[in-house]
Ligand binder design. Structure first.
Ligand SMILES: Nc1nc2c(ncn2[C@@H]2O[C@H](COP(=O)(O)OP(=O)(O)O)[C@@H](O)[C@H]2O)c(=O)[nH]1
Ligand SMILES: [Mg+2]
Length: 414
């Protein structure tokens, strides 16, 4: 079975699988509870034996008084029994609710990918499907059209070229004749472009001790500030103490925009007036973060790419300030790219990679393009892991990037 078939099976039978997973979790919990109960029983037994002794003494002394207190004891025991049963029912209901919640969350994530990739599915993926119907047999014309579709999908010319070479090789060696048969191989090969022996890191690198510093870079309008707000809100929900730092002091309103986001999501903000030196804002922000024990500091920056040297100097200065304040910082430098800008976004990634150490990419607005192939081009042409993707404007639409959900979301109807 091909890679894609496995992924497809995984998600279309997702509900069953989640059930199994959850059952296992619930079983573990049940075991723990059983142990707890056993302990409780042991404790109760001890108490009872003490009571018995006590009763015996009493019996010897005052026989007549026995009746009354014993009834009380029985009543008490009954009450306890009822309470235990109530507690058990309550626990069970809680467990069920928890199970349902987890199930919902996992399905919701797959759904967000499906929904966010609708335009791409209706765009380049449906062109792929039509191609298979148009050509039943693999011909040179078929290959030409396939190449064009993939290039149009923002996969990138170089990536498509080497992809086509591999595909032609496989067709020859495996003696594949029908386009239907090739369809799945195409998806597998696209998947391989991304995975390609690399260890897939999509987790944010967190500091072991002290605040984790994440620097956000990228040109104007790509979605830096809103991405910071979405990530901050997620981290806050995980119980982290988050500080937003308004390092984009260049544009009017940029500082205020981040401050407003902070208020909206209930996360602290540090910033100065428009025009202030970004490095000094970062410096003072980090002093505050250390003094007040923040877990995570998310720094917004201005993205003026028209002057590369300027931008490089500014980022260098900011990096020096961070490194001087926080050992090992910045722990991540995330480049934000707008997926709707296609090859332009790829050029931005290459430029930024030259001027600073980018550790991950946030690819926003994938919901807004019919050419969702840019993820593959980034991997192949820039070789920086995509850590988050934006599949819409809501907070939950920013998802940790998952290649399997992505491939499923794109090709599920093929
Ligand atoms: N549809 C869509 N819109 C997005 C996404 N991410 C950001 N945006 C929008 O892009 C616009 C610019 O975002 P902003 O954060 O101000 O960009 P910045 O200049 O890089 O800070 C805003 O209207 C955002 O709501 C996404 O994943 N999908
Ligand atoms: Mg901004």
């Amino acid at each position: 079975m091909g890679l894609f078939s496995r992924i497809k099976n995984m998600f279309s039978s997702k509900e069953e699988e989640i059930d199994e997973e959850l059952d296992e979790e619930v079983e573990d919990e049940e075991e723990e509870e059983l142990e707890e109960e056993q302990e409780e029983v042991e404790n109760t037994e001890e108490v009872e034996s003490v009571e018995e002794n006590y009763e015996v003494e009493e019996t010897v002394e005052e026989t007549e008084k026995i009746e009354e207190p014993k009834e009380e004891v029985v009543e008490e025991e009954l009450k306890e029994e009822v309470q235990k049963i109530d507690k058990k029912a309550e626990k069970k209901a809680r467990k069920e609710a928890k199970k349902k919640e987890k199930e919902q969350k996992k399905l919701e994530e797959v759904r967000i990918y499906e929904k966010g990739l609708t335009k791409s599915r209706e765009g380049f993926v449906s062109r792929l499907a039509n191609l298979t119907n148009k050509y039943k047999k693999i011909t040179d014309d078929y290959f030409d059209e396939l190449e064009e579709i993939l290039i149009m999908a923002d996969i990138g010319v170089n990536t498509v070229m080497s992809f086509m070479d591999r595909l032609r090789d496989r067709v020859k060696h495996e003696k594949i004749e029908s386009t239907e048969e090739l369809k799945e191989i195409i998806i597998d090969e696209l998947f391989i472009i991304y995975v390609n022996d690399a260890v897939l890191v999509n987790k944010i690198n967190m500091a072991e001790d002290g605040p984790t510093v994440v620097l956000f870079v990228g040109v104007n309008g790509v979605g830096k500030t809103t991405t910071i707000a979405k990530i901050a809100s997620k981290m806050k929900k995980e119980g982290k103490k988050v500080l937003l730092v308004g390092g984009d002091t260049f544009r009017a309103g940029a500082v205020l925009q981040l401050e407003d986001w902070g208020k909206k999501i209930g996360v602290d903000f540090f910033g100065k007036e428009q025009g202030a030196d970004p490095a000094s804002v970062v410096f003072d922000g980090l002093v505050k973060a250390k003094e007040e024990n923040y877990d995570v500091v998310l720094i917004d920056t201005a993205g003026r790419l028209q002057n590369k040297v300027n931008l490089m100097n500014e980022l260098e200065k900011i990096n020096r300030v961070i490194g001087g304040q926080i050992e090992g910082g910045p722990h991540e430098t995330l480049l934000v790219i707008d997926a709707t800008t296609g090859q332009n976004g790829i050029s931005q990634a290459k430029s930024f990679k030259e001027i600073t150490n980018i550790t991950g990419i946030v690819l926003t607005k994938l919901d807004g393009t019919a050419k969702g192939g840019i993820v593959l081009a980034i991997k192949d042409e820039v070789d920086i892991p995509v850590k988050y993707i934006g599949l819409g404007e809501r907070e939950e639409d920013l998802q940790v990037f998952d290649i399997e959900k992505y491939i499923y979301g794109l090709f599920k109807d093929l």
